[in-house]
Design a binder for this molecule. Sequence first.
Ligand SMILES: Cc1cc2nc3c(=O)[nH]c(=O)nc-3n(C[C@H](O)[C@H](O)[C@H](O)COP(=O)(O)OP(=O)(O)OC[C@H]3O[C@@H](n4cnc5c(N)ncnc54)[C@H](O)[C@@H]3O)c2cc1C
Length: 404
Amino acid sequence: MLGTNSSVNSQLPIKVDVLIIGGGMAGLSTAYYLSQYSHLKTVVLEANRIGNSYCSSYGEERMYRRMYSSEYLSDLQEKSLQEWRLIEAKHNCQLLRENGLLFYGEVWQEETIEGSILGAKRVMEQKNIPFEELDATAMAERWAMKPRSDFIGLYEMTAGMVWAYKALQLFHQEAKAKGVTFYQEEAVDTILVSEPERIIVKSTKGRLFAPTKIVLAAGAWTNELLHHFQQSLDLEIWSMLWGYYRIETREQEHFPQWFCFQKDNPKTGDGGLYYGFPCNDHDSSLIKVGIDWCPPEYRTRTMKDFKREPDPKLAQLLDRFLRHNWRGINECLSLHCCPYTMTKDTLFVLDRLPSFPQVTIFTGGSGQAFKFAPILGKLLSELVLEQELSFDITPFNIQRVQLN
Ligand SMILES: Cc1cc2nc3c(=O)[nH]c(=O)nc-3n(C[C@H](O)[C@H](O)[C@H](O)COP(=O)(O)OP(=O)(O)OC[C@H]3O[C@@H](n4cnc5c(N)ncnc54)[C@H](O)[C@@H]3O)c2cc1C
């Protein structure tokens, strides 16, 4: 027996077909797809509330794009967009907004965690994804920008944003309506493995479950759960700063969705990668912005050590970047820190545990998984049900060298 707990023997465990651990993007999208199989008894255990501010899925919006430097991820996005559209049609709702995305900045040969301008251009050309190429003057005329004269831009007009919170709610409500049971503010406390085929899960409220299959979708908390299986993955948790700024009324129409690439500057600690969204739908004087690098001292191995307080130096870098590079920036309204669960190669983990094939896992969202929510949920459900997979997931293999 790998885990131990004396109280486990005193009550009968609840038999379930699938126990999903974690009610973030991956857990909820899997619950949504599994709920289409009415014979399955599926339970989701979520340590906090769904959509809570501790998890990676927190917030209203996420970018989607096909302009990846990796053809594989561009294809995966294509597939995911097909699923998003099916979901929108089926439930008569809007989860995507096609507002375009501007990749801009310095051009150099290296790949960042978000790819690169050159890589994105190459893949868009190969795949005939429509885009415009702009110089600094053209960008400054079109948007509220003050780009450096050597900056170039690529505008993918069919990119946009996902209404992330709305998507989580939809997955949750639809799965619940189809019979999936949700326990919120109830975490997995212990996983007892008496033999590979017999797993008992105990929750923090003392409930016992005997699941036939488990989906481990615990994001940045993955290693705390994997340790019950005497396993761990080489994951780093990055504390990522983002926030809301107010902008001048006359510039409200002139903020695109954007991502800025610049080389890092070790002297100033400026990682060079910044992003922003167009004006908020609820309050058109607000834009959401963030930085897309994490200094080593803000990287941890567990959520217990996670740095939740925004670092004043990073906040200052964000502020300075915005005021130097954009017009009409007024005051900062709020700043937040949420986790990226990073793998060394920035690719996800989507697989079964080799020693426990009844456990399917998703983690390592690496700051880019939300746009793939439907296809990830579908693939996780296919792995659970041992069905033919809708997409090749070899690159997400748990045994790859970068994870061990
Ligand atoms: C600031 C920020 C910006 C981002 N921007 C983008 C973007 O523009 N585009 C994009 O595609 N992606 C983006 N991402 C990435 C994307 O949001 C994440 O990759 C994705 O949300 C990860 O989802 P998840 O389900 O793996 O993890 P999470 O959302 O963290 O869910 C894990 C859940 O497991 C629960 N849990 C943990 N331990 C237990 C336990 N013991 N028992 C029960 N439950 C437990 C947690 O409470 C949590 O709710 C961004 C992420 C951040 C943080």
